[in-house]
Design a protein around this ligand. Structure first.
Ligand SMILES: [Zn+2]
Length: 179
């Protein structure tokens, strides 16, 4: 939680959208892989239990320890774990990712937005791509007008405004038709 720890934790440069050190950072359990990606689309620093080796019987305890050490809020579908985590954990009520996002918005933990600041695969902070990287990605649009390109050095992956997909952005931003 802000205040006590002085460690800024991580390589995030200040001032870039979605890398504000004052924002809540998250760690999500294995049940929340989709929410993890959505939070990264929204620019929130979110690590995941999916990055840990499988089969660790003490994974719950490990996640709680990581949450406290790294000043992250643990997001879990496990009510018992959330109880153990007290203020360091949030019990995610729904199985539906949009309802999960809404729960975090209602709790004042996140804002409804889409940013191009983090890699959705690995959580690394993106930097601007150079022409070599853009030209080398066969999945990139050929028409670069009105596009801004960003690069994940970890994954060697190119992102651009719109690369998340219009549908996904509309879902997150809430412009979709209610059914
Ligand atoms: Zn990446």
């Amino acid at each position: 939680m802000p205040g006590s720890g002085t460690q800024s934790g991580g390589s995030a440069p200040p001032g870039k959208p979605g890398t504000n050190p004052g924002e809540t950072r998250f760690i999500a359990d294995r049940m929340l892989g989709t929410l993890t990606r959505y939070l990264r689309f929204m620019g929130y620093d979110t690590t995941s239990a999916n990055g840990l080796d499988e089969g660790n019987k003490k994974e719950d305890t490990l996640l709680l320890d990581m949450a406290m050490q790294e000043h992250r809020l643990l997001l879990t579908r496990d009510a018992e774990l959330a109880r153990r985590g007290r203020v360091h954990a949030v019990y995610v009520m729904s199985e539906d990712v949009m309802e999960q996002v809404q729960q975090l918005i209602d709790a004042g933990l996140i804002m409804r937005r889409v940013t191009l600041s983090r890699c959705s695969l690995c959580n690394a902070v993106l930097r601007e791509a150079n022409t070599c990287e853009i030209g080398g990605a066969d999945y990139a649009p050929k028409d670069w007008r009105n596009l801004h390109f960003f690069w994940c050095e970890n994954c060697q992956k190119l992102y651009w405004n719109g690369s998340h997909g219009k549908q996904l952005e509309e879902r997150i931003l809430g412009n979709h038709e209610e059914q």
